[in-house]
Write a protein that binds this ligand. Structure first.
Ligand code: H2B
Length: 95
């Protein structure tokens, strides 16, 4: 079982990941990305997909034309874990 974030780790989230928001009613974080067009959005998704597979941690996400919404939570933990923070930071490095 993967450990969920502690209260202290939760409190650090806004500083660590300022562009990510808590999802209402869920222990999850979300960021919305907007690109020039579908091609750019999908290229970004491809890079995130390869990263996610390498990290064995996968996003819940959606794409509408040039917009990509990425939600992160850890299913095996029933909420946020350090894996979500690591994947969000890696996505930030790509974006
Ligand atoms: N991704 C996410 N977001 N949460 C998980 O709990 C999770 C995952 N578990 N990717 C991984 C895969 C697990 O099922 C495999 C077997 O390692």
């Amino acid at each position: 079982m993967i450990a969920r974030l502690t209260a202290e780790e939760h409190q650090a989230l806004p500083d660590l990941l300022p562009d990510w928001d808590m999802v209402k009613g869920e222990d999850a974080i979300e960021r919305k990305f907007k690109f020039h067009d579908f091609s750019e959005a999908f290229a970004f998704m491809t890079r995130v997909a390869l990263l996610a597979e390498k990290m064995d941690h996968h996003p819940e996400w959606s794409n509408v034309y040039n917009r990509v919404t990425i939600k992160l939570t850890t299913h095996d933990a029933g909420g946020l874990s350090l894996r979500d923070i690591k994947l969000a930071e890696a996505i930030e490095d790509l974006a």
